[in-house]
Design a protein around this ligand. Sequence first.
Ligand code: XIL
Length: 381
Amino acid sequence: MRRLWISVSALSALALLGGQLSFAGSTPAAASKPSPPQAYPADSLRALAAPIGLRIGTAVNADQLGVNEAYTKITAEQFSSVTAENVMKWSEVEPTRGTYTWEKADQLVAFAKKNKQLVRGHTLLWHNQLPAWLSSDGNTTTLSDAEVKAVLKRHIFNQMRHFKGDIWQWDVVNEAFDDNGQPRQTIWYKAWGGTGYIADAFRWAREADPKALLFYNDYNLEFTGVKSDAVYALVRSLKAQRVPIDGVGFQGHLSTQYGYPDLQNNLERFAALGLKVALTEVDVRTETKPDAVNTPVNPLAPYAQESYWSRTLQACLAVKACISFTPWGFGDAYSWVPGWFTNPQEGAALIYDEQLNPKGSYDVLQQALTLAAGAPQRSHR
Ligand code: XIL
C-alpha cells in the first residue's frame, strides 16, 4: 500500500476539480488559506468513504488500544466509526450485580471523540456474554420471570443513559433468531413467554436515549432463506406496530466455504421497510492450517476472500440506506475467528495480516471506495 498524505488545501483543490470530494473544513474558501494537514491519510478508508457520507468502522480490542502503538494508529487513521468488540457487553459492564465497570468502554468513547469517530454501541440484549449472576448459558437463570424483566429494563436505561449522546447506533437486540429462523429459547423469550421482549427493549431504548439509532443485529441475514425471512417478518411487524426501530445490522461473518450471498437484495428489501441498514461485523474467513491458523490451506484462497470483501462493500455502496461498513477488527492476530471456527480450522479473515501489514483485502476496499465517488450520498437520520 502506498501512503499518500495530502493537506486539506490540496483536497479542497481536488474537490473543486472533481466536484465529488468534500471534507469537513474543505470548503472552496479554505483552499486559499494554509490549513493544517488532516490527522489521517487521504487514501485511508475513512477519507475515501467520507465524500458519500459512509462510515467505515472497526471492532476495537480494548487490550490493544492505547497499548499497541501500530494497532492504535491504524484504528485512528483508517476508521470513522468504532464498535467495542467486548467491553460494552453485559458481562463486562456489570460483572457483579448492581456494580458497573465502565472504564474500558469510556476509554473507547473518549478515543472516538478525540479521533472524530462515531460509536456503534454493542450490545444491550443478547444471550451470550451475560454476567454469571444473571445466566451462565443464556437459556437458564435463577431469577424469576418478573426479575428478568426488571433487570433488562434497568440495564437498558442504565447503560444507555451512561453513554447518552455518545452513541450513534445501538445494537439493542442481538441474534434473537437461530439458524432455522426460530426465535431462540433464551431467558428473555422464556420470561416474556414469546418474542414480546423485543418490542419492549426497543421502546425502553428510545426512551433512554432518543437520539441514538436503534438496530436489530444478526448474522446470516445476508443469505435469502428461513433466517433472513424470519427477521424480515419480525422487523416488518415491529414497524407496523410503530415500535421504534431504525435499522438492521447485517453482521457479515462470511466464509469462502459457502457461496457468496445475495447480500444486496437483502439489504434492499430491509431498506424498503423504511429502515437503515449497516454491515456491522464483517470478516471473510477461509480454511487455514491448524498449526498456522492465519495461513490458508489453499494458496489461491486470498483471491476469493478479496472478491468477497469487495462485493460486500460494493453491495453496501449500492444501497443508499447502508450507512456504515464495519469489519470485525482489522488485524488477523486479534481476530475471534481462529479461536471460534476450528472444525475445520478457519482464519485469515481480516484485512491486515498478523504483523499489521495491509493485505490484498485492504486494497480492494480502497479500490471500491475510490470508484464509488458517484454512489448515493448517505444521510444518517
Ligand atoms: C465475539 C468477540 O469477537 C470475541 O472476542 C468474544 O469472545 C465473543 O464474541 N457476533 C457478535 C459479536 O455479535 O459480539 C461476537 O464477538 C461475534 C459474533
